[in-house]
Design a protein. Structure first.
Ligand SMILES: [Ca+2]
Ligand SMILES: [Ca+2]
Length: 738
């Protein structure tokens, strides 16, 4: 991967845009990646029109039309949206009758005090939306301060209904609550109303639109173009990324209790994913599933073995994999690696090629197949506009019988030594201006690329400087981070605020959540949400880009790290489970958390451990059974108090153990233990904090065993008698009175 300055011509201004292009993609033989369109910052999703136009959404609300491999100059629509975090313009579906009615449906975040996601219908008039054509189809539930997990994918099913995937707004409990749209796949009519055939026919408006639930952040899904099968890609938390079959209504995919595959007998009401891949750094592992598409084209020149496969991709690890769905188990295979960064929205195009978006490159790519022997150029060298002294980097990619050889020319004349796929001029000078092209040859012939123009300007690139935050600054969630900076340029002098652009990217583990830039200000602030991402491996990277009057750019960046505390969780007795943000957690456990982040702490009650059933009594901080806790500045320990439950022994033991008298006013109780054989028994008296007071051991014989158990003088109150047999432990509640 190398950083390049690639030029784009915008009106009469030549603008140099520096970004990363990857030439190291690894595809199967005779496949290649082709750049279709770029300068699409923060793309989110694409959709194909029947006529071959491609709609590509930008998170900031712009919807672009890509026509004949070029982005049109004017957006289809420029919506005003809230684009913080993962919010923004994040879903598109074209009406099944788009060719006739020109209807197109968008999913976007409505800005303002009551931020929420909305589904609206727009009418196309050629390549732009008809003014005033918005018809609101459905207003989704209000969002919390968490800006992540919005879902957004929309597709029409083969049944003509609109399916909409919605994230749980980073509140896991939403996923199991049928009275909110969050954490669901919806099935609605084109006008937003409730259709016939949904699994839940009564109750709230939300419930009646639910098609599937138990979802975390179903960012993408796909509908099989022939069978109508629905595969839903659910982005996971810490362990697994899932592909779920949501073809049949009413399924519960288990979040937040489960993530990835689980034991069906443990959770009989949940539906396992058809495929799940773990978090990790290799091909087939990743951090977030961000695209999937059935490869069932009307026509394609891909080898026939790919037809019927399900292609899917991961945000972090730059791979595309396939699933073979022909057998009873989905079988994964590798396809591509080292593709462009932060990839998403892989989609089968009308032309039988796969397409995907890259947020790192701000670009739309297609994947072509060409097994002809003659050299065939897949990516032409691009025009460059740079400043004197910068690096000019031309490149070409080609298919054809290997080995391929390259011969670069300037103004039609061979450049000595320029014989690789890239041609680099370090320290470019005005004399380097000219037309550059390359001749690609192999045993079958040769092909000449298009000419790329190099324009070297006498221009000193501007200097960006971030003033605040200063290096080493930290933050607490729920508070503002202030930023300020300046740009200076040798030719222009101090740059106006309009020349400044700020990117505030949220980094999590190995990936980042880039957000639309804040343009035209020299200072500002942004609120760090106190909900959303609960990982402590997070930080913000603030990048200032300044642009001078010649279109050259300079950058500065600073990282702001979070302050953290440790949350220690314990239970009494030890070793029981609590829930943290809805997920089961075995204690004792220590979790590092960003200060200020709200954590949801709950309890599984009753729960069984070693055949004893326990019931929740209290939290050591006096909070409710399920409580929201802002991560404090200092480390804390929270202990959940449990008591044993009596009356469950019938399920645990085929005999009946009884205590008499109970309540007892004496210094002992008689424990009656029937036994089918000789065995040892241990009897313990424990208090409500599960602390042992007295314990005895005794040999039982076959038959009834009335065992006197002396515990001496103890305070009146509630206790448990715990009877430990060879294969069972049974507890009974004992009341000691005056
Ligand atoms: Ca699941
Ligand atoms: Ca300058």
């Amino acid at each position: 991967m190398r950083s390049l300055c690639v030029t784009t011509s915008i009106s009469l201004l030549l603008t140099a845009t520096c970004f990363h292009l990857t030439y190291a993609q690894v595809y199967p033989a005779d496949f290649a990646q082709v750049l279709v369109a770029n300068v699409i910052p923060n793309p989110t999703v694409m959709a194909f029109a029947p006529d071959g136009r491609i709609f590509v959404a930008q998170q900031n609300g712009n919807l672009w039309v890509i026509k004949d491999n070029a982005k049109l100059a004017t957006p289809f629509i420029d919506l005003t949206v809230n684009s913080s975090g993962e919010r923004g313009l994040i879903g598109i579906a074209l009406d099944p009758d788009f060719s006739i009615n020109n209807y197109l449906y968008l999913y976007y975040t409505v800005p303002g005090a009551s931020a929420h996601n909305r589904i609206s219908r727009f009418t196309a008039n050629g390549d732009v939306a008809e003014t005033g054509s918005e018809l609101i189809i459905l207003e989704l539930d209000p969002l919390s301060s968490a800006t992540n997990h919005n879902g957004g994918a929309m597709h029409f099913g083969k049944d003509g209904k609109l399916y909409v995937a919605i994230g749980e707004n980073a509140n896991p409990a939403n996923a199991q609550n049928l009275n909110t749209y969050h954490g669901k796949l919806l099935r609605i009519n084109k006008d937003g109303s409730v259709p016939d055939g949904n699994p839940f026919t009564t109750g709230s408006e939300q419930r009646k639109r639910v098609w599937a639930y138990g979802l975390r952040n179903p960012y993408t899904f796909a509908v099989h173009p022939e069978t109508g099968r629905i595969l839903l890609n659910d982005v996971g938390q810490s362990g697994w990324e899932e592909i779920n079959d949501a073809t049949t209504g009413g399924k519960n995919f288990g979040w937040p209790t489960t993530e990835g595959a689980f034991n069906q007998t443990t959770y009989p009401n949940f539906t396992n994913p058809i495929y799940a891949y773990p978090h990790g750094a290799d091909d087939g592992e990743g951090c977030a599933i961000t695209g999937g598409t059935f490869f069932n084209p009307t026509t394609t020149n891909y080898p026939s073995g790919y037809v019927g496969r399900y292609f899917f991709q991961d945000l972090c690890n730059k791979w595309i994999n396939t699933l073979d769905l022909s057998g009873s188990n989905a079988v994964r295979a590798s396809f591509a690696t080292a593709i462009a960064g932060n990839a998403l929205s892989i989609t089968l195009g009308n032309d039988g090629n796969l397409y995907y978006l890259s947020r790192s490159a701000g670009a739309l790519y297609k994947i072509i197949y060409n097994n002809t022997t003659a050299p065939f150029i897949t990516n032409q060298p691009a025009d460059l506009v740079i400043s004197e002294g910068q690096v000019a980097n031309f490149s070409v990619t080609a298919l054809g019988t290997t080995p391929l050889t390259y011969r670069w020319q300037k103004n039609g004349v061979n450049i000595p030594g320029a014989t690789s796929a890239t041609f680099v001029i370090n320290n470019a000078a005005l004399a380097d201006n000219g037309e550059y092209r390359v001749i690609v040859s192999n045993i079958s012939g040769d092909v000449t690329s298009t000419e790329a123009t190099l324009t070297v300007m006498l221009n000193v690139i501007p200097v960006a400087e971030i003033i605040t935050p200063v290096l080493g600054s930290t933050y607490v969630a729920g508070t503002d981070i202030d930023f300020s900076g300046s740009g200076t340029d040798v030719e222009d002098g101090p740059l106006a605020a309009s020349a400044l652009s700020w990117a505030i990217n949220f980094h999590h583990d190995t990936h980042n959540h880039d957000q639309p830039a804040i343009d035209g200000v020299s200072s500002g602030s942004f609120l760090v949400p106190n909900e959303g991402e609960t990982s402590d491996n997070v930080w913000y990277r603030i990048i200032l880009t300044v642009t001078d009057s010649r279109g050259s750019t300079g950058k500065d960046s600073v990282d702001v790290n979070p302050q953290k505390s440790t949350l220690n969780f314990a239970t009494n007795p030890p070793g029981l489970q609590i829930t943290l943000d809805g997920q089961p957690l075995e204690t004792p456990a220590s979790v590092v958390s960003v200060e200020g982040i709200l954590r949801s702490i709950g309890i599984i009650t009753p729960q069984v451990k070693d055949d004893v059933t326990y019931s929740f009594e209290s939290w050591s901080n006096g909070g409710a059974q399920t409580q929201s806790l802002a991560t404090p500045a200092d480390d804390i320990t929270l202990t959940a108090q449990f008591s044993t439950i009596v009356g469950t022994e019938a399920n645990l033991y085929d005999g009946i153990i009884s205590l008499f008298p109970n309540p007892s006013r004496q210094d002992h109780v008689t424990v009656s233990i029937p036994s089918s054989r000789e065995q040892m028994v241990k009897i313990r008296l424990v208090d409500l904090l599960s602390r042992d007071i007295v314990a005895i051991q005794k040999e039982l014989h076959a038959g009834d065993n009335p065992v006197p158990f002396y515990y001496g003088k103890i305070n009146k109150g509630m206790y448990s008698i715990v009877v430990e047999l060879a294969d069972k432990t049974i507890s009974k509640r004992l009341v000691v009175s005056d």
